[in-house]
Design a protein around this ligand. Structure first.
Ligand code: 1CP
Length: 372
């Protein structure tokens, strides 16, 4: 594992040039940054995973007939879509509009985001030749991404944080090996267990690519980052610790990435929360299955993020409000038990048919109930 943890000096070589001034990052204040750095802010900060995009009519208007990949490499469009949920809902953080497969596309991998399906890879990677052909991502391929971040930073209210993100190596490996979305990840787990050396080589290359993608966003001015290991919940704890965690840890430990607050999130990861927090995050995302006051004992001393069930947004108003209050009560107990803070979010992304007015209501309700 040493080779995995210590590889790639080239990725850290740019860090010497980077300071708060040269990155163009704004001073770090506002409810989100106050909370994730343990200072506690004016109220519990709120943002929603997948808040940009699918649920907003203004998103559909801006996207028009452009493909998802075209939208993600168009800085003006990316900027506008990122800002839409901030204007509409009054959330405390914007999430950069992109997708976890964008760095793969930027590196030259033949990948498409098919409407109604998700990412589809033309040539799934399953053998030595596939791993050997995995391209390196160089920063010059991310000029449009950096430009988009700069446009957003220039327009965004300084009290609202901009969160950059990337997919974690396991979740990206699953798309690359399966060739698209997968329920059981059978080819992925099979490669991982039967060819651990080849697996580690691929994971190491993906971790390098993810690091370059995150570094570009931090350099251009994002205030924080989130690493989505959405499908890590499919793993056993042993496999996660031995074959996945070292690669995610290396990303979190990068000098530039670790210069901003880092969140780690996965779905169905209740049993992996301890390991996922040890990987190096400051904030740990909890899905809706585990109450926050149970989660805290698994990740002592971290800030918790979550964890309203996205399906609750379809319930009637009194049931919804009661569930929001329950999450806030559990977060309060979690704080008493040692959690460093709480960022209100869903347990996973906004479902596409969610009524956006409900998201605005939840934002207002959390702000009102937690005003300090
Ligand atoms: O044409 C379209 O509108 C395509 C739908 C779409 C959108 C709007 C996809 C395809 N991705 C996105 C944007 C996106 N993806 C964001 C935007 C910012 C925001 O959150 O508001 C983010 C953060 C992502 C990240 C992402 N993509 C994840 C991690 C988060 C999660 O939901 O767990 C994953 C797993 C993906 C893959 C992906 N991209 C798109 C789809 C439909 C999927 C999931 C496919 C599957 O089920 O495996």
């Amino acid at each position: 594992m040493d080779g995995v943890l210590n590889s790639d000096v080239s990725l850290t070589s740019r860090s010497g040039e980077t300071s708060a001034a040269s990155t163009g990052r704004r001073p770090g204040t506002g409810p989100y940054l106050d909370e994730v750095t343990g200072r506690g802010g004016a109220h519990t900060p709120v943002w929603f995973m997948r808040q940009a995009g699918r649920s907003l009519p203004e998103y559909k208007d801006v996207r028009g007939s452009s493909t998802m990949l075209e939208a993600c490499f168009d800085p003006a469009m990316t900027c506008e879509i990122t800002l839409q949920p901030v204007r509409r809902h009054g959330v405390d953080a914007a999430i950069f509009f992109s997708d976890i497969v964008i760095p793969l596309a930027a590196a030259g991998i033949d990948i498409d985001i098919v409407p109604g399906v998700g990412p589809v890879v033309a040539q799934p990677i399953r053998d030595e030749a596939g791993v050997a052909a995995f391209p390196e991502l160089t920063p010059d391929r991310l000029v449009a991404i950096e430009e988009a971040v700069r446009l957003i930073v220039a327009e965004l209210d300084p009290a609202v944080a901009l969160i950059g993100f990337a997919g974690a190596p396991f979740t990206l490996a699953s798309y690359l090996i399966e060739g698209g979305p997968s329920k059981n990840h059978e080819h992925t787990k099979s490669l991982m267990r039967s060819r651990p050396e080849l697996w580690n080589e691929l994971m190491s290359k993906i971790a390098d690519l993810t690091t370059v993608f995150l570094r570009a966003q931090v350099t251009a001015g994002v205030d924080a980052i989130q690493l989505f290991d959405s499908w890590a919940g499919a793993l056993t704890q042993r496999d996660y610790r031995e074959l996945v965690m070292p690669h995610s840890s290396r990303i979190f430990a990068d000098e530039l990435v670790s210069s901003v607050p880092r969140t780690h999130f996965g779905v169905g990861t209740g049993e992996l929360l301890g390991a996922m927090s040890e990987a190096g995050a400051d904030v740990v995302g909890v899905d809706w299955r585990l109450p926050l006051d149970d989660a805290v004992s698994r990740v002592p001393g971290k800030v918790l993020q979550g964890n309203l069930d996205p399906a609750t947004l379809f319930a009637d108003r009194s049931a919804l409000d009661a569930d929001v209050r329950r999450v806030l009560d559990e977060a309060r107990r979690a704080r008493d038990l040692g959690a460093r803070g709480h960022v209100f979010n869903l347990g996973h992304g906004v479902l596409p048919s969610t009524d956006p007015a409900v998201l605005t209501h939840v934002t207002e309700l959390v702000h009102e109930l937690t005003a300090r």
